[in-house]
Design a protein. Structure first.
Length: 187
């Protein structure tokens, strides 16, 4: 059974991208699981801290979870037309030391989705992830794009993705990405 790790690109407890991952976990096809991680607790990258103390526990734990997963699904907000600093910072920590990149990321199937309160549906942030994904040697899935614009209207008061069109697009996206992960990993 393929295991996909969902990584929200926000620290907000009620973030729309965390909610989008929760919806994705409900909509994965049978035989696939989506576990949701967090970047909470990862400090700002500081080479002096790394040299003095090594990797923080939150970084080590997340690295192990990504390495153990068959695929990675990043749910990215879009800040100033690009990747939010907090999630880029997490990736910078996760790529330390450089010799560990292969264990954590190399060849890992990855897809990027996103939700935003604006109308752009995180298209620019998703595109900004491409050089990062390439630098880490991951296998980007280009079989579909999923962005949820106007997120305040798409999610209900309980945080559920209530927009039926968005739910169906997410269901199809997860089915196709899950199949890609299964093909790449033989699971």
């Amino acid at each position: 059974m393929p295991v996909i790790l969902g990584l929200p690109g926000s620290l907000r407890r009620e973030s729309f991208n965390g909610r989008l991952l929760a919806a994705a976990a409900d909509l994965v096809p049978e035989g696939t699981s989506l576990d949701i991680a967090s970047i909470r607790g990862i400090p700002l990258y500081d080479g002096d801290l790394e040299a003095a103390e090594g990797l923080p526990a939150a970084v080590r734990d997340l690295k192990d979870r990504i390495a153990a997963a068959d695929g990675l699904l990043i749910a990215t907000p879009e800040y100033n037309n690009s990747i939010p600093g907090v999630v880029k910072n997490a990736i910078d920590w996760l790529s330390r030391p450089p010799g560990d990149v292969a264990r954590v990321f190399r060849g890992k199937p990855v897809a990027v989705i996103g939700a935003t309160t604006g109308l752009g549906a995180t298209a620019l942030a998703q595109a900004a992830w491409l050089p990062v994904v390439r630098a880490l040697g991951m296998q980007a899935w280009f079989g579909g794009r999923l962005g949820v614009p106007s997120a305040r209207q798409a999610f209900d008061d309980q945080g559920r993705l209530a927009d039926e069109q968005a739910r169906e697009r997410l269901r199809a996206f997860m089915a196709d990405f899950s199949a890609f992960v299964a093909r790449q990993t033989g699971r």
